[in-house]
Structure formats: structure tokens, C-alpha cells
Design a protein around this ligand. Sequence first.
Ligand code: CUA
Length: 331
Amino acid sequence: MLESLAARLALAANGGSDGSFWMPPQASTTAAEVDRIFYWVFYISLFFFTLIVVLMVIFAFRFRRKSSQPVAHADAPMHNTPLELTWTIIPTIIVFLIFYAGFRGFLTLSVTPANAYEIQVTAQRWKWLFTYPNGYVEENLHVPVDRPVSLVMTSEDVIHSFYVPDFRIKRDVVPGRYSKAWFQAKAPGEHQAFCAEYCGTNHSMMLARVIVHEPGGFERWLEDAANLLAKLPPAEAGALLYKQRGCAQCHSVDGKAGIGPTFQGLFGHRQALKSGETIVVDEDYVRESIMDPQAKIAAGFDPVMPTYRGRLKDEEITAIIAYMKTLSAGE
Ligand code: CUA
């Protein structure tokens, strides 16, 4: 949580040129409209709150009961039609105007422009994974600056919520169905994405960077990123996949206890299982644990890992195993 707050503050310090005291920068094409409606509702509420409280205090003094007076006047006004019409009609008009502005804004945010660039988003405890049209997957959201971007989002486990304050978008990400969001970034730069739905132990660590590339830069980045994995030796590709695909979120490589067993010294090690058995961590066990994580749970850990069946290719699993072997070397 501190880390996300620090990230937020760092962003406000360097990228917050058009942010206000209350609000993060308006970094998407729709952010200004969202803020306009917010401030409109806020100032209307502030006006009536002040009016009502001030009148209440004045009336409490002005018309307070004095001991010399009787409890009620027989001729006190009981009813005032013009006054009642005024305080019914004016608020009704205001409510309709708020509804109109809100509904228009809702439509703008809900209807994805036809030329949008589509990116698949997968949420899992506690990581965001972004899949680009060429099949490349990583943990940060890279987008072009000059196009609307459509996010098609689903969850592997529980309900998460994809939230980028600078873009004023927040949408729940639900297992078993797809939810959509779209935005168009206004300028190249970096922004912070959060999970805005409490999803368990490491909810506050479920962060992602949003990198907006300069015109043409996004296509170059995507091609290079996708080629890089193929060019690397297996152990190095494994180290990259470990970071990009969400392994790092639960498995440390420095021996520290996490949500799952540390990868340091894990390969070749004798592992006690929840079932009471003991097995040796070999290629087959690692592969099975990636494809079917609930099959053999290590003793002392909770079965929270989602399956990677269909999400990691055979050669990617082999690369991760090669990386794990380097973490057990010399033992
Ligand atoms: Cu995912 Cu909170």
C-alpha cells in the first residue's frame, strides 16, 4: 500500500502538470468530461448544503421560543403554494440535468470507438496480465498514444477491478465473463494502474504500469518485445517469464517466504506435501504444478494459484524450469 502511495505521489510530482490539488492529471480524452460532471454535482451540493445550514442556524435563533410567547400561534402560516412549487420544481429540473449529463458520460465511457486497438486483460491474485494481438503477454500495459484502446477483461479467480485514476476509468473484472473499458491517452508518458476491489492478502500490491508510447513507438516496442523472448537462452527467457507472467508475485527467488514456496533451491529439493507425502521437485512436478496447481500442494501453503493451462506454451514452461535450475545451482 505504501508502495502504491509512493508511486502515486511520484507521479503527481513529475507527471502531474495538469493535475489539480484534488484530482490526478486528466490523461485521457474523456477525463475532462468526467471531472466536469463531478464538479458540477459537487458545487450544486455545496451550494444547497451551505444555504440549508445557514438558514437553519438563522431560523433557530430568530424564531426560537421565548417564555413570554404561547406554544403555537393560531394564525401561523401552515401552507404556501408558490414556495412549495418552487422547492419542488427547481430540484426536479436539477436532478434531470444531472441525469442527462451522467447518462451522456456513461454512454461515452461504455461505447468503445470502432477503430479501437484491442488488448486482452487477465486478472489473477495478485497480478495484471496484458495480452497483445500478436500473442505477447506481459505485466505492464503498453498503449499507442494516437488511438483509442479497448480492454477486454476477465479474471482467473475472484473479482478484481481495473482502475487508472489518470484516465478516470475503473471497471470490475469478473471471473467467467468479460467486461470492457476503453480510453485514449492524450500524451506519451507513464501512469499507474491499481486493483480497486479487495481481492485478498496482496490486493494492495496488485499494480501495473501504463506506458503510453509516442506515435509509431508502440508498434516498434511490441515487435521487439515479442522477438526478445525467442532470442534469449532458455534460463534468461525463464527469468523474464517469471517476472512477466505473475510468478514473481507469489514465489520469491531469494529464499523469502511468500504466498507460494520460494524458487531458491526449490528444484531438486525434497518437498513435503499437504497430503503428508514427500516428493522430489523435478521437471514433471514443476510442469504439473503450473498446469494443475491444486494437484500437489506444498505443505504450509494455501491453494490459491490459478492454472496456467493454455496460458503458457510448452517451451515457456521449459524456460521457467531452466531458470529454476539456475536458482538451485551450487547446492
Ligand atoms: Cu485484485 Cu484487488
